[in-house]
Design a protein around this ligand. Structure first.
Ligand code: WTA
Length: 647
């Protein structure tokens, strides 16, 4: 092993083959079929993707599948299409016209169902509203909204006329909105008075008002009335959605856009510096979102599919809106929190709508475990046939719980590895063919060529931890960081020549399965051993008392770095004897090298809005430093102060 490699210490030997009933009905139903697709895509990407691209409706066929090499690639050159046409219009001439496209549930329990025809009508009307307000193809439109159908309508309306949307998660502050408006030079913003979260109104319009004082490019504001709270409307700048929509024509032909036309910008926080505006384009992104939804979720017309992600996160873009709608599916959208008005809300929704496919994040799964089995056990979850996980490595014990308690030991689990930058799922089980292992995202999808390499770019052998890279371009890859092409080249392609570096550490086991070990920035270096924080965390989570944990290094005179573990318990407060027990537990399962130096009990951990633990901030706390860096994506600002007090 080279000195820069990451040592893997996680032992996991459980294996779950797909149920035979699942395999027989699956879109991808044999390993041979997968291997044939994968090899074809590797050896003849243009041939493979050219054929696959026929799943989209093109106004004008492309001349060339792929032009250029990483990092500068263009897909389906010369082709013209429209995303909203592909997500809506093409279903209207089929039996799907009256199929539910979006089934929405508000947190207070109000509901709305939009069929493909109804959604199409709303999208066309709002597209005409945007035009009336002066938005033209190529303009940037910011969407800062709760999880309500108008968000999906606004996205699709932008795509209909070629405006590039930039969605900002509804929980971000006015500063975050101003920064992103400025970076994108947005012309218009769509928002709401507020939305509902845990029974309280989260207001949005006041933050928009504040942000506009600092982001003068925005000329017009459209406000959806959701909560009915008082808002200030500035004349000739602010308009109510319902006023604008009234009497507006539902006739709006979809613009014929170039395959490389900018579709959306989505800001993702870097560990330092300002957020990165990841730019995705039309043809390649849509094809990736559509095909991965179909392959990975084995989506069928009769399925009711629910991805719980907020649309302000890439998972919501690709797997609440674009992927499902391009496939003509029924996608559930829920406004609120999983524990409101009670901890069984998600399971209640699954029972109510007879959800078949359920996709959520490890952070949510760990919360469900903490709340207790009595909640899911109260509801009928027998409609479920497939489960998914995304956002972080899933701890093997959380995987087992998901499999047992939610999946009734009958549903395959797809642990999907991907990023905002990749646009769609890259490495994941295919539920009809992959024997899954708890904690592994298994193998790359067709068209995805990955490797695990040293920091010199040399391939590593089985079970050697290193850097996860992608070696061949793929249609849904980001094209640039908005306004900063040099940063795009430096961040993703500057480390290893000709390869896309994802920033994650991983290893491949003897079966070629990929185990993501977390961000390489999070790696511990203890007495010369490079250890993955995630593996120590998963070991802690395997102790029956532990709900969640975050492990970071801190400066240590002898070892270089000491190991500090922040631990959330399922119930009660921890004491000295539990600390000792946890230290011994890690020592026994991993070895002396991973012996924690400190255990700190806490009620919660600092997380991003999408549920990722912000270890960077915990490192500062463990080292007794003030946090510098970007904290705009932090979910709960009070948590840092609390953690400092608990020292
Ligand atoms: C992490 C979310 C392990 C990883 C779609 C990646 C995962 C980052 C997984 C991207 C997974 C996401 N297993 N790690 N299944 N899924 N990650 O941009 O570190 O919000 O680089 O996209 O999340 O996060 P992003």
């Amino acid at each position: 092993m080279t000195s820069n490699a990451i040592e893997s210490v996680l032992q996991e030997t459980r294996k779950f083959p797909p149920p035979a009933e699942f395999t027989t009905q699956a879109h991808i139903s044999s390993v041979e079929q997968y291997e044939e697709m994968w090899n074809r895509a590797k050896d003849d990407p243009a041939g493979f993707w050219g054929e696959i691209s026929q799943n989209l409706d093109w106004f004008q066929p492309w001349q060339k599948v792929l032009e250029g090499q990483m990092p500068e690639t263009k897909w389906f050159v010369g082709g013209k299409l429209n995303v909203s046409h592909n997500c809506l219009d093409r279903h209207l001439t089929t039996w799907r016209k009256n199929k539910a496209a979006i089934v929405w549930e508000g947190e207070p329990g109000d509901t709305r169902t939009l069929t493909y025809q109804e959604l199409h009508r709303e999208v066309c009307k709002f597209a005409n509203v945007l035009k009336k307000l002066g938005v033209v193809s190529g303009d940037r439109v910011t969407l800062y909204m709760p999880m309500i159908p108008e968000l999906a309508i606004a996205m699709l309306a932008c795509t209909r006329i070629g405006a590039t949307h930039s969605i900002i998660f509804g929980g971000f502050s006015s500063d975050a909105v101003a920064d992103r408006n400025n970076d994108a030079q947005a012309k218009l913003i769509v928002t709401a008075d507020g939305g509902w979260r845990r029974g309280k109104e989260v207001t949005l319009k006041p933050a928009v008002d504040e942000s506009l004082a600092k982001s003068p490019s925005v000329e017009k504001v459209v406000v959806v009335k959701r909560t009915g709270s008082d808002v200030t409307m500035v004349p000739d700048r602010d308009y109510w959605w319902h006023d604008l929509m009234e009497g507006t024509s539902a006739d709006c032909p979809a613009a014929e856009l170039d395959s490389e036309h900018p579709l959306f910008i989505l800001y993702t926080s870097g560990s330092t510096g300002k957020p990165k505006g990841v730019l995705h384009t039309t043809g390649g992104y849509l094809l990736g979102a559509m095909m991965t939804t179909k392959w990975v979720f084995d989506l069928k017309d009769e399925d009711t599919y629910w991805c719980t992600a907020d649309i302000g996160w890439v998972t919501g873009h690709s797997y609440v809106v674009y992927g499902p709608l391009a496939n003509g599916a029924t996608s559930i959208m829920y406004e609120g929190a999983p524990n409101w008005p009670h901890e069984g809300r998600f399971w209640e929704i699954i029972e109510k709508y007879r959800v078949n496919i359920f996709y959520t994040a490890p952070t949510a799964i760990r919360a469900f475990i903490k709340w207790g089995d009595q909640w899911p056990n109260k509801y009928d979850l027998s409609s479920l046939r497939l489960l998914g996980s995304v956002g972080e490595p899933i701890n093997p014990e959380a995987w087992m719980w998901y499999h047992r308690v939610i999946g009734g030991e009958r549903c395959p689990i797809v642990d999907t590895w991907w990023q905002t930058e990749t646009g769609g799922i890259m490495v994941s089980p295919l539920p009809g063919i992959t024997a899954t292992k708890p904690g592994s995202c298994t193998r790359p999808l067709p068209g995805v060529v990955i490797d695990i390499v040293t920091d010199k770019g040399e391939s590593l052998g089985p079970n050697q931890g290193g850097l996860l890279v992608i070696k061949q371009p793929w249609p849904s890859m980001l094209r640039t960081l908005y306004g900063d092409h040099q940063r795009f080249k430096d961040v993703y392609f500057g480390k290893l020549d000709g390869m896309y570096f994802a920033g994650d550490g991983a290893r491949r086991d003897e079966d070629g399965y990929c185990w993501v070990m977390g961000r390489v920035d999070d790696v511990l270096n203890v007495a010369g051993h490079r250890l993955s924080t995630m593996e120590v965390e998963s070991t802690l989570v395997s102790h029956p008392a532990v709900a969640e944990s975050a492990v970071v290094g801190f400066p240590h005179e002898l070892k270089g770095e000491g190991i500090c573990c922040f631990v959330t318990l399922k119930t009660g407060a921890g004491d000295e004897s539990l600390k000792k027990e946890l230290i011994n537990h890690v020592r026994k399962l991993i070895g002396a090298v991973a012996t924690p130096d400190q255990i700190r009990f806490t009620n919660s951990l600092p997380k991003t809005r999408s549920g990722k633990i912000m270890r960077r901030l915990l490192r500062d706390i463990a080292a007794g430093r003030e946090s510098v860096g970007d904290t705009t994506t932090l979910e709960d600002y009070n948590i840092l102060a609390k953690l400092r007090d608990e020292e």
